[in-house]
Design a protein around this ligand. Sequence first.
Ligand SMILES: Nc1ncnc2c1ncn2[C@@H]1O[C@H](COP(=O)(O)OP(=O)(O)OP(=O)(O)O)[C@@H](O)[C@H]1O
Length: 309
Amino acid sequence: MLKISGLVKKYGRFTAVDDLNLSVPEGEIFGFVGPNGAGKTTTMKIICGLMAADGGSVFVEDIDVVKNSRKAKEVIGYMPDFFGVYDDLKVTEYLDFYASIYSMNVGERKKICNDLLELVDLNDKRDAYVDSLSRGMKQRLCLARSLVHNPRLLVLDEPASGMDPRARVEMKEILRTLREMGKTIVISSHILPELSELCTSIGIIDRGKIVISGTVSDIMQQIYSKKYIKIRLSGKAAEAQRMLLEFPLITSTREGEGFIEAGFEGNDEDMSMILKKLVKRDIPVISFAQMDGNLEDVFMRVTKGEEAQ
Ligand SMILES: Nc1ncnc2c1ncn2[C@@H]1O[C@H](COP(=O)(O)OP(=O)(O)OP(=O)(O)O)[C@@H](O)[C@H]1O
């Protein structure tokens, strides 16, 4: 559905998107995750034909977005990361205005607006002024706006930013419904847990490059092809680290707050032997377990960005 190859975007001498490659099959909810300033918005604007690239190609289905952005816009729905101000417009007027851009007749516009308000659960707010809506409602209205022309690919830039937990859950439910309706969705966030349970696949972007991508389990496997043991301790961390490194099966150690993480190349029996020896030497072990790993850990390992909440 979406194929990006060698994408480059520069702002002056600063390279915001740096030879980025990405492929999103039809029907996926693809999570585009990265710290602030990683290049998500820039990439999304280029996908939607709203910004020119300095190199590379973007295809949506068989449409070359770089050469034919007009045609691409017919199949893409874009939700920006800001809403704007709409004084004196009611919810239905707002949606109708966007529908009118797509040269539909009054009857078609009315039907699509009703269907969309139903979908994003804003039926009871149809006569409210847009500026009086809560942030979560505005975001849902903005999502509805991106759907007026029934696009097959949805590109959503941080659709849940600034929402409270309930509003986030509601947004996720709507996105799942849209997937069931056959839409392919690309959604960005700098908050990983928000995406990991919703998305079918994920790409982590850092400094303009995709550092890792695939299904959540693929990513875990790539990162955790090496095993790690997490040892929580109530003291003697330095001694424990020294001791661990005496075992040839321990390949590395890293000290965190109240724990040590050790790279390990053995089996269950080896693990049990190491634990026994630690305890025998009076290392105060609270827990000792192979790490399951979660996406948050992966994110912290592969990005070096300024911020990763
Ligand atoms: N118009 C611009 N002029 C100059 N630099 C820009 C411009 N737009 C973005 N940048 C820079 O390009 C980099 C990527 O920005 P972008 O907005 O694409 O990142 P992002 O991943 O969406 O970040 P965030 O999560 O903070 O929205 C940042 O360093 C940003 O400061």
